[in-house]
Design a protein around this ligand. Structure first.
Ligand code: SF4
Ligand code: SF4
Length: 301
């Protein structure tokens, strides 16, 4: 399985101090995605123009003759590039990176076990996210079982766009699911995230009815989901679930994904939907809608 990041000492991916594993590949394509390098299931070459010193070492090292040094930095012919990584290896300025490293479950367990002291002391654990970790059910379940045998707290950050049988097995092998609720209207969900939402909502209901712990996060984006109608539908849906936590994190929009698109040579928000951060007034309005349904809100985190 391809891993595109391992974040240590993470404090926003579940309780305590955690090691967060980012698995490559996602069935959604949210236009505001913060980790666009996690969407494709393949290795990718990333290029940071402002680091490049124009030395041409990468051009010479490329066996495919895929690179050209131009006045605007290095240009890659994607039809030629086979993502072999030679260019990244020779770049003295670390301007080229390869996103996606192959890990076996044994190798990943070694990475996780390095941090068990911090996890134990902080009542933290491990969080599997992506991309979408449920795209790798066999590897994910093995990792969850092995972490469970070691007494490590296990969280899975998932879109829930997956077969109910997979969600059920993952749920039975972790302590916490972290779920983003993005948009209640399935047509708008498809428009902004690339897939409809019925499967996601029905999986969430299944988890709640099973009495399993889950944590809801809502990205709050003007132009996508911060309107009264969507917030009211979201709050009403969550209030209808048998759910003990009754608290959601509202995450005001920021365009952190933009710079990553530049590195990938892809375009952020290609259809130019008018996305913006919610005003304080909008955030307060959203909070009061949730409060009206007996649901506490936390801003950020
Ligand atoms: S990853 Fe390999 S093929 Fe692609 S540009 Fe770099 S050296 Fe060339
Ligand atoms: S090797 Fe690195 S610094 Fe040199 S031209 Fe290529 S990307 Fe730029």
């Amino acid at each position: 399985m391809l891993i595109f990041d391992i974040k240590r000492y993470a404090i926003n991916d579940g309780p305590g101090i955690r090691t967060t594993i980012f698995m490559k590949g996602c069935p959604l394509s949210c236009i505001w995605c913060h980790n666009p390098e996690g969407v494709s299931g393949q290795k990718e070459k990333l290029y940071t123009k402002k680091k490049c010193i124009g030395c041409s070492a990468c051009v010479e090292a490329c066996p495919q003759k895929a690179l050209t040094l131009t006045a605007d930095g290095i240009v890659t012919d994607k039809n030629r590039c086979i993502v072999c990584g030679n260019c990244a290896e020779v770049c003295p300025a670390l301007a080229i990176e390869i996103s996606g490293t192959e890990y076996s479950t044994d190798r990943l367990m070694k990475e996780i076990e390095k941090e068990t002291l911090f996890m134990d002391r902080s009542e933290g654990g491990v969080t599997f996210c992506g991309g979408e970790p449920l795209l790798h059910p066999d590897e994910l379940l093995e990792l969850l079982r092995r972490c469970g045998e070691l007494g490590i707290h296990r969280a899975v950050d998932t879109t829930l766009f997956a077969r109910p049988e997979t969600v059920r097995k993952v749920m039975e092998n972790c302590e916490l699911l972290l779920v983003d609720l993005k948009q209640m209207d399935t047509k708008k969900h498809r428009l902004f995230c690339g897939v409809p939402n019925e499967q996601i909502l029905s999986n969430l209901r299944m988890i709640a009815e099973a009495g399993h712990d889950f944590h809801i996060r809502i990205p709050l984006i003007e132009g996508v989901n911060a309107d009264v109608e969507n917030m009211t539908q979201s709050a009403a849906f969550l209030a209808s679930l048998p759910w003990k936590r009754r608290c959601v994190n509202l995450l005001p929009y920021h365009d952190i994904g933009k710079g990553k698109h530049e590195k990938r040579g892809s375009v952020y928000n290609p259809n130019r939907y008018p996305l913006s951060a919610p005003s304080e007034e909008t955030v307060e309005r959203c909070r009061s809608i949730f409060a009206g349904y007996g649901i506490e809100t936390i801003i950020g985190g």
